[in-house]
Design a protein around this ligand. Structure first.
Ligand SMILES: Nc1ncnc2c1ncn2[C@@H]1O[C@H](COP(=O)(O)OP(=O)(O)OP(=O)(O)O)[C@@H](O)[C@H]1O
Ligand SMILES: Nc1ccn([C@@H]2O[C@H](COP(=O)(O)O)[C@@H](O)[C@H]2O)c(=O)n1
Length: 416
């Protein structure tokens, strides 16, 4: 079984491993070599500590199976491991090579129990999971394929060799067509691949098929309002509808509402494909409605891409794809709006509005509240999206003042 077919995508020694040890700093990077090499100080923190060390990676030829296995393992590790176990996101990748990432986890177990071994033993029974253990010897540490005590297996000892930081953070390498989709067919294929496990996929695809004609004559202006939750999108879009006599649309569209909860509980690949398809249905509605009146859209592709990128990219804002990256480019086959406005308020004001509203929070909203890094990444990704780029609107004044500001922008940019 030689190292589970060398991860199926290249020899282990040509790969770099990245462990998100502390989200505020760079990941710890290392490669593998047959020669012992002293660990750097930073690596000592992870490998030089007491405790048992393991990593596990998920590989499969089916991307749906891989995405689901990763989500299930994450859940299992969270619920079964004791508090003395630290679990970090770990990926293996070929530096700066797109789609080379194999996702996994790194486990540091300081407990005296065999809970982690028991859990790993169960997980390892799955064909798609490959588990390594790490052993220390003085200044050195090596990785070998892990086998529970009752199974003897031949394994190659590979020494941990500190590696330089990659130019592109590994979590950016697999974004295209896994987290963000740049044409309808790619998102469509994902849902086609899950019809067996998620029967609702068929209904969503049927709705997409029914709405396919997205061509658009040069009609009335289309204005998209974007922003984090509780920045005032609903308040503003309703007011614009009245003042401009416009049609108000949303993405995802109302016809997808019955399926949203189901897809929200799926791994990013499936969840993001669902939202991507929602944009194409909304585009078809925009095409029709803009022949009759100006159209206001509450969230569209900027939201889909910004949330997906911010969720996929681990750690700091600096880890985001660089400004100008192709990952911020608008899909060529998706109807473009005339104007995109991004509502921004301070984190304190947003929290105040969320609290005043007192509604149930989605998991992602709750995460925004506690996770400052995530909020910063969503906002920064919004700002980096191009063609069309968004215009930033300070949405902290009163609703009436925000409306006036936006009406002024619309008059200038769209001559309405
Ligand atoms: N300009 C404003 N000043 C003060 N409060 C506002 C303003 N705009 C909206 N609010 C209040 O903030 C809360 C959130 O506003 P709203 O629902 O419009 O945001 P949203 O961006 O649509 O949120 P979500 O994306 O979560 O649906 C509401 O209670 C609303 O009354
Ligand atoms: N066009 C869109 C709209 C939404 N999303 C995802 O939904 C969440 C926010 O939606 P709200 O209804 O709470 O405003 C957010 O998590 C986005 O991931 C999207 O992807 N595309």
């Amino acid at each position: 079984m030689l190292q589970r077919a060398m991860f199926r995508c290249g020899q282990l020694s040509s790969r770099v491993f990245a462990v998100e040890f502390d989200l505020r700093t760079q990941p710890l990077y290392f490669t593998l070599s047959s020669n012992p090499q002293e660990l750097h100080h930073a690596h000592q923190q992870l490998f030089g500590d007491d405790g048992k060390l393991f990593s596990l990676h998920v590989h499969s030829d089916s991307r749906i199976e891989k995405a689901q296995a990763h989500a299930e393992i994450k859940h299992k590790l969270c619920v079964t491991l004791s508090q003395d176990c630290d679990v970090f996101e770990a990926s293996s990748f070929i530096p700066d090579v797109k789609n080379s990432v194999v996702k996994g986890f790194f486990i540091r177990d300081k407990s005296t129990t065999t809970l982690s071994e028991d859990t790993l033993k169960t997980l390892q029974q799955s064909k798609s999971v490959c588990v390594f253990s790490y052993k220390r010897e003085g200044e050195y540490c090596w990785q070998e394929l892990w086998s529970p005590v009752d199974q003897v297996q031949e394994s190659v000892r590979q020494y941990i060799t500190p590696a330089a930081a990659a130019e592109h953070h590994p979590s950016t390498l697999n974004i295209r067509n896994s987290d963000v989709f740049y044409c309808m067919d790619e998102a469509y294929k994902v849902l086609q691949e899950c019809t067996d496990i998620i029967p609702e996929s068929k209904e969503v695809l049927k709705l997409v098929d029914e709405q396919l004609e997205t061509s658009r004559a040069d009609g009335f202006p289309v204005i998209v309002i974007e922003g984090l939750d509780a920045t005032g999108k609903t308040t503003l879009t309703e007011a614009l509808r009245e003042s401009l006599n416009a049609t108000l649309l949303k993405s995802p569209p109302q016809c997808l509402a019955p399926f949203r909860q189901r897809f929200d509980s799926e791994p990013p690949l499936i969840r993001r494909a669902f939202y991507a398809l929602g944009n194409y249905i909304t585009a078809a509605h925009i095409g029709k409605e803009s022949l009759r009146a100006p159209v206001i859209v509450d969230r569209y592709w900027h939201s889909t891409a910004a949330y997906a990128i911010a969720t996929a990219v681990g750690g700091r804002v600096e880890n985001l794809p660089k400004p100008g990256s192709e990952l911020y480019r608008w899909p060529e086959d998706l109807l473009q709006p005339n104007l995109v406005l991004l509502l921004t308020v301070s984190p304190e004001e947003r929290l105040r509005r969320l609290r005043d509203r007192g509604q149930d929070k989605t998991v992602e909203e709750a995460e925004l509240e506690i996770n400052q890094l995530f909020r910063l990444k969503v906002e920064e990704a919004y700002k980096r999206i191009q063609n069309p780029a968004c215009i930033i609107v300070d949405a902290s004044p009163s609703p009436q003042e925000v409306l006036q500001q936006v009406q002024h922008l619309i008059r200038n940019k769209c001559h309405l």
